[in-house]
Design a protein around this ligand. Structure first.
Ligand code: ZN
Length: 297
């Protein structure tokens, strides 16, 4: 039962901290990544933007009340129309503006499972909380399973779905020629990652996704994380190794007969606390989610 409460707590924290944000004071700040690619920070997930004569492609769009500000910031980079708006996954801090950008004329693109989840009422079987379906205008128009390619502005943009990790609809966006990737929340810099089990996430899939990202990138790749500052392959590797170490220790403890609720008392995350302990996912909660994911059939 304790695990259930922790999972509930995490989703409450996510929902309420967003709801309380004062959107009026949020500033959208563009960071130039390459001549054609920008990363926009504001409130919520990092927005990626590809500009050029053939139109704009954007990745993620934060919350609905920020759409006009985000659109305004993008228009200062390039006056061209926003042709494609990609969601890296279903969460509202990445897809909250879907309706608005759809109405502005963008084609919404996401993994098959993102559309599937947005169309239906979501019932969290652990907490019995329900989330109503998203407005039809928010539903992705183009969806895919494993991979889809876009070719515009001289760039090859490849969308990869590697595994069920943060959710079951995670997409990694690769700008092949520019050597830039936007990872969505498959890689974040706020500390312990969030594995959303109620949206189909999985710890093993999460690590598998990071391994596949590491194959995709090199030491010169500029990595736009789901949250946090621009990163490098070394930053991704460090998170991958830490998360895999924690997963292995939790798996070993479960094998020895420890219960999920014992995990927090085993000191598994002690050496990560200094670097990751200040994030919204606490170490003691992370090991519970890892144990629950490993125990799931
Ligand atoms: Zn997320």
């Amino acid at each position: 039962m304790k695990t259930l409460r922790i999972v509930l707590l995490l989703s409450v924290i996510i929902t309420t901290s967003f709801a309380q944000s004062n959107y009026d004071t949020v500033k959208i700040t563009p960071l130039k990544v390459t001549e054609q690619i920008y990363m926009l920070k504001g409130a919520g997930g990092n927005v990626g933007v590809l500009i050029g004569d053939e139109g704009t492609l954007m990745i993620d769009n934060q919350f609905a009340p920020l759409s006009n500000k985000i659109n305004g910031a993008i228009k200062t980079l390039s006056p061209g129309e926003i042709k494609f708006a990609i969601n890296t996954h279903v969460h509202g801090d990445h897809s909250g503006g879907n309706e608005n950008f759809y109405k502005m004329g963008a084609v919404l693109v996401a993994h098959d499972n993102v559309r599937g989840r947005m169309m239906k009422e979501q019932v969290n079987t652990r907490t019995n909380r329900t989330t109503p379906p998203r407005d039809k205008d928010a539903w992705p128009v183009v969806t895919f399973g494993d991979k889809i390619n876009f070719h515009l502005n001289g760039e090859d943009v490849i969308l990869h779905h590697f595994d069920k990790g943060h959710t079951d609809g995670d997409v990694i966006v690769q700008f092949k020629n520019a050597n830039v990737v936007h990872t969505g929340d498959a890689f974040v810099r706020y500390g312990y990652p969030y594995i959303d089990l109620s949206n189909g996430g999985s710890i093993n899939g999460f690590i598998n996704t990071l391994d596949k990202i590491l194959v995709l990138i090199d030491d010169n790749t500029k990595v736009i994380p789901g949250h946090g500052e621009l990163a490098t392959k070394a930053d991704v590797k460090k998170v991958r190794d830490g998360v895999a170490d924690i997963r292995d220790q939790v798996a070993a403890a479960l094998k020895k007969g420890k219960k999920t609720e014992d995990m927090a008392s085993l000191g598994i995350t002690d050496k990560y606390e200094k670097e990751w302990g200040k994030g919204f996912v606490k170490g003691k909660d992370f090991v519970l989610v890892v144990a629950e994911s490993l125990s799931a059939k």
